[in-house]
Write a protein that binds this ligand. Structure first.
Ligand code: FPP
Length: 226
């Protein structure tokens, strides 16, 4: 969800106003993905690197996270959305963390769209944590070095039951992953939009999906009509 700060600045507003304006784009995305039968939508809301931002902005984002969940939980639950989270959640302040955990509990048995919030998330941190988990098991004698496989690494990630993403969409014209789902994105289709996140609407998501439909995913193999 990139471009909040620039969106606000372009209207002569403070950066934090851009984070507030992000909510409409989140609504549109959740609604559209739900209506299209998308099973998993992950929003990269706060990275492990975002803690380096000025304290006031970090506090603002954390407060916004808490109020976003509070304001939207009834509607999300009514629409059968199941809230999940990925990242170093222990880093989050108590208030937002409790709100998040209670939303996850409340929506845990819903069977609609899985809405995953990536919070204090970093792909390198996730791989590091997975390596520690595996090393701990080896040290305890519950795993052998020969048990380290792509499958056992995948199942040591934060959300092992969530499939790898089919498409990763980055807004605001930047063309990089910025530490997002590094392990899981090996064969994801990448889509870059020039639209800033606060301006990102249903029609932009439709364009991204349309583009995705034209892609031929080979996963290293050849086309079947080779
Ligand atoms: C990126 O734009 C956005 C963020 C780092 C924060 C996003 C957080 C929220 C929208 C609020 C909380 C989350 C939820 C799920 C309600 P940027 O600030 O890097 O923009 P810039 O590149 O234009 O400076």
């Amino acid at each position: 969800m990139d471009g909040n700060g620039r969106g606000a600045r372009s209207h002569g507003l403070k950066r934090i106003e851009g984070h507030k304006a992000a909510e409409k784009a989140i609504h549109d995305s959740v609604e559209y993905c739900g209506s299209m039968g998308v099973e998993y939508l992950t929003l990269y809301a706060f990275s492990t690197e975002n803690w380096k931002r000025p304290k006031a902005e970090v506090i603002f984002i954390m407060t916004l996270l808490k109020s976003f969940i509070k304001r939207n939980i009834d509607n999300l639950d009514r629409n059968r959305v199941r809230i999940k989270a990925t990242g170093r959640l222990d880093d989050l302040p108590q208030g937002p963390l409790n709100e998040l955990l209670s939303a996850m509990k409340r929506t845990g048995s819903n069977e609609g769209l899985n809405l995953i919030l990536a919070l204090s998330y970093g792909g390198r941190a996730e791989i590091t944590d997975a390596m520690r988990k595996i090393a701990g098991k080896i040290e305890a004698g519950r795993m052998q070095i020969s048990d380290i496989t792509e499958e056992s690494i995948s199942s040591s990630m934060y959300l092992p039951d969530v499939p790898d993403p089919d498409i990763i969409i980055r807004t605001s014209g930047e063309q990089r992953l910025s530490n997002f789902l590094l392990w899981e994105s090996a064969y994801s289709e990448l889509y870059f939009s020039d639209v800033l996140w606060p301006d990102f609407r249903r029609k932009h998501l439709e364009e991204a999906f349309e583009d995705y439909r034209k892609r031929r995913r080979r996963f290293g193999d050849l086309d079947s009509d080779r």
